[in-house]
Design a protein around this ligand. Structure first.
Ligand code: FES
Length: 164
């Protein structure tokens, strides 16, 4: 379920079900994104431009924004581009319509799509590729240790994620 956090200049939304725990937000802008604070997103704690730039680095589309200050909305590449991540998902940059197997869907500005076949949230990656030891060629990405990733190959579970 997507939750919304409204600031003066920008509105941020987050869907925990889509998060792949790369922590681009927590590591990129800790004044705004703090897993130990409630609410965990403080959209007035940085300039809207800075928040927008950080959110655009979220590969899953779990984080999105809407400008309230007249600033530019996110514009991904058109048509979208798709990159296979080594031993992981397909990273999509650009607008994608995601329709879940159980019904429901959402237009996302970015997405990480499962290519290992094991996700329980298809078509989205839910990090099951780590559990099954999926191996496939692709772009290497560096994932840092963070509050949601105690080891690079060990993200916390959705159940253990304290964010609403
Ligand atoms: S690629 Fe991540 S769950 Fe399948």
């Amino acid at each position: 379920m997507r939750r919304t956090y409204r600031g003066d200049g920008i509105e941020v939304s987050f869907d925990r079900e889509l998060c792949t725990h790369v922590a681009a937000c927590l590591l990129g802008l800790p004044a705004v994104f703090d897993i130990d604070r409630r609410p965990w997103i403080a959209p007035n704690a940085a300039a809207p431009d800075e928040i927008a730039r950080t959110i655009e680095r979220c590969p899953s589309g779990a984080l999105q924004y809407r400008r309230l200050d007249g600033g530019p909305e996110e514009r991904g590449p058109e048509p979208p581009d798709v990159t296979p991540i080594r031993n992981g998902p397909l990273r999509v940059r650009g607008r994608v319509e995601g329709r879940r197997a159980g019904g429901g869907g959402e237009a996302l500005p970015r997405a990480s799509l499962c290519r290992c076949g094991a996700s329980e949230n298809k078509p989205f990656c839910d990090n099951s590729h780590l559990r099954i030891g999926f191996r496939a060629p692709g772009e290497l990405i560096h994932i840092e240790v963070s509050p949601v990733r105690p080891a690079p190959d060990r993200p916390i579970t959705k159940e253990a994620d304290p964010r609403p």
